[in-house]
Design a binder for this molecule. Sequence first.
Ligand code: ZN
Ligand code: FE
Length: 257
Amino acid sequence: MDILRLPALDDNYIFLLFDPESRTAAVVDPAVPEPVLDALAERNATLVTIFNTHHHGDHVGANLKLREKYPGLEIYASDVDRDRIPGQTVQLQEGDRVTFAGNEAQVFFVPGHTRGHIAYYFPPYGDRATGDLFCGDTLFAGGCGRLFEGTPAQMLDSLSKLRSLPNETRVWCAHEYTESNLRFALTVDGKNRDLGDRMVTVRGMRSRGEATIPSTIGLEKRTNPFMRWDDPAIQAVLETSDPVRTFTKLRGRKDLF
Ligand code: ZN
Ligand code: FE
């Protein structure tokens, strides 16, 4: 299974999963149809599945257009979102398994950004040496999604699930927010050498117009303050030793940054 990253709108990424053998494809969070249709045409591929992480327009915007073109399409999303995902055909819950072209993914229920948000995790399999996590707007490279419909405690719990995945797991998040996220991260974790190094790398990549996605779970654990609620240095800056308080203060500061 190949994974293609298709830029869309201002800073969204749509991910196309392509199986060269069967020439079938799945797409994660299609914001708009054009880049998906172009990538499919280039590969002479048929779209069989949409994996949605949550109901926001920049993640489901192309659902109906794509289903018009591919009427047999399955559209997967959370059962919590059953009334707000256009064209949804399958309702998912924590622990469910979904497959694309013989690759099985586990579903994680990760509320916080929205109350129905889910993530898809493909463990290492066959010729894939690392797992692949599609986490929408829950975990970002260097940050996390805003809490539109959830509490800090819920989001911390959701991120805990993702934090327990193997370090090599590739993190395919839905937005290119990394550089500004790291600018914030440095305000609360300025002595973190890994974070400083990452900022240098990311600035270089962005100045060359390169994408910073995918990240990895290991890199996020070392440099993303929203994965480091139990880090003593960050807790000292935020003047609390309670994980939920730490996370709440982090999110509050980021909202104002
Ligand atoms: Zn969103
Ligand atoms: Fe989004």
